[in-house]
Design a protein around this ligand. Structure first.
Ligand code: 9MR
Length: 465
């Protein structure tokens, strides 16, 4: 069941502050309420320290594509909740996920994401209603008139289920061909219904949820080129004839063969000048280090330079879950450390990293990683080993949280100094003698656990100092 709420930040608006939101969301005890109130003057007095908060100060959202099956991972959820003010279900709202068989709708995975977002005060982008891909076979098999009613029914059912919950919908996705033709892409919709299917989809969408912003979304339209010209002509035509369209999404999947175009900002601006909002909807930039950071900064600055650019969504959180993970295109590494690209995006938003924030690795490159192995195992316990490796700069200290599953207990720790949380299940381990590591150097600590040989502990991100 989806909790209804009044939309507050659609396309920018009421500032959200990730840390305050996290504190308020954690519990309602009087003690933490005092903490939250005490935090307020401090957080408003300083530059924002998270992507969502910094973007909100610029009247924009900063979102991430989210997969329902990762929400149970503590670090994934913690990073999402701390940093982002909008989510896009990466696959869970697509046609094959929500209507795998004609007229039979299945919203549970998408609901999981929407409910999570709502519980954290985040907005949701809907992705996507009409797309040639991830389309169940039964749709492709329909004749024209059946297909038209199936398309309209799909839009109506899905948008009705989420009515009032979605700030912007990708009504139609990727309907144009790549290359110089400027033609529409062949798809069951295009082939059987002709160009008019796009207009019809937007009209049906407007009739269903008049409050949602209705977007056309595509890739390789990020600079001025034949494909973006064709989309531009369509939007111009829609605006002149009163076809309901509110926004255009620029996916912005970049890599060395398809870099951030030099006319990126100008392209966003020419669409905005047609009277639609523009949104960066699936941003990822393959690369690493300073080059990647510079590109991220440029994209963020381009959005900020266009008044009608209402928000940015990155297509995933840690690199390891990216659809093209080998290109390490995202803002967080596999251990959820902030990359130089993160710092560049935050700083372009006018935010700044907080040196007192235990989640902040500080200087770009000065991070560390923690990897876990079970060194020995026996009937009722095991010896665990965590290897700490410094990033591309030297570090003088580190800390890692290690969480045991009750009734497991840690009997002893070596080469590290533990402190415990109240539950007795989470130990934070800091160096005993081995805090200083040269760039790329490693050390390790070990511990003995009794009370069960499994499951292995959960080892959190390494924080360097
Ligand atoms: O990231 C999505 C990936 O998990 C899916 O396997 C893939 C299937 O087509 O879709 C990816 O997301 C796409 C998005 O929905 C539309 N634009 C391109 C994205 C990357 O392929």
């Amino acid at each position: 069941m989806i909790r209804k709420r009044t939309r507050t930040r659609a396309g920018g608006g009421t500032p959200a502050h990730g840390r305050l939101r996290a504190v308020l969301g954690a519990t309602t005890t009087a003690l933490l309420t005092v903490t939250a109130l005490a935090a307020l003057p401090q957080t408003t007095a300083h530059a924002a320290g998270t992507l969502g908060a910094a973007a909100a100060e610029k009247g924009r959202y900063f979102g991430a594509a989210v997969a329902a099956n990762h929400l149970g991972e503590a670090q994934y959820a913690a990073t999402l909740n701390r940093e982002f003010s909008s989510v896009t279900p990466e696959n869970e709202m697509k046609w094959d996920a929500v209507e795998p068989n004609r007229g039979s709708f299945s919203f549970s995975r998408a609901d999981q994401i929407v409910n999570h977002a709502r519980s954290q005060g985040m907005d949701v982008r809907g992705h996507t209603l009409v797309w040639h891909s991830q389309l169940p076979g039964w749709v492709s098999g329909l004749g024209a008139s059946d297909l038209r009613s199936a398309m309209n029914n799909h839009i109506t059912q899905v948008m009705t289920h989420y009515k009032g919950e979605i700030h912007s919908w990708d009504v139609v996705n990727e309907a144009f061909q790549d290359g110089g033709s400027g033609a529409r892409r062949s798809s069951p919709f295009q082939d059987k219904l002709g160009n008019g299917f796009i207009e019809e989809a937007f009209r049906t969408a407007r009739a269903t949820d008049p409050a949602a912003k209705l977007c056309y979304n595509d890739y390789n339209t990020d600079g001025v080129n034949a494909k973006s010209n064709a989309v531009y002509d369509m939007v111009k035509d829609f605006k002149s004839r009163g076809v309901p369209i509110d926004c255009v999404g620029f996916q912005s999947h970049f890599n060395p063969n398809s870099p951030v175009p030099s006319d990126y900002r100008a392209n966003l601006q020419r669409f905005a000048d047609l009277g639609v909002d523009v949104q960066i909807t699936e941003l990822d930039i393959e690369g690493s280090g300073q080059a990647q950071a510079t590109n991220y900064g440029n994209v963020v600055r381009a959005c900020l330079a266009v008044t009608r650019c209402t928000g940015i969504t990155v297509w995933g959180i840690p690199d390891k879950y990216s659809w093209r993970s080998s290109g390490t295109p995202l803002l967080f590494d596999d251990n959820y450390n902030k990359k130089p690209a993160y710092d560049a995006a935050l700083s372009a938003l006018g935010g700044t990293t907080d040196p007192d924030d235990p989640d902040d690795p500080g200087t770009p490159g000065a991070g560390c990683t923690a990897t876990y192995t079970t060194a020995e195992q026996w009937g009722s316990g095991y010896n665990g080993k965590v290897t700490i490796t410094a990033g591309s700069s030297p570090i003088t200290g580190w800390s890692v949280d290690v969480t045991m599953t009750s009734p497991q207990k840690v009997l002893s720790v070596w080469n590290g100094s533990p402190t415990w949380d109240n539950s007795g299940n989470v130990m934070t381990v800091r160096p005993s003698w081995n805090g200083s590591l040269a760039a790329g150097a490693s050390t390790s600590f070990g511990f003995t656990v009794s009370g069960g040989a499994s499951p292995p502990p959960q080892v959190g991100a390494c924080t360097a100092s």
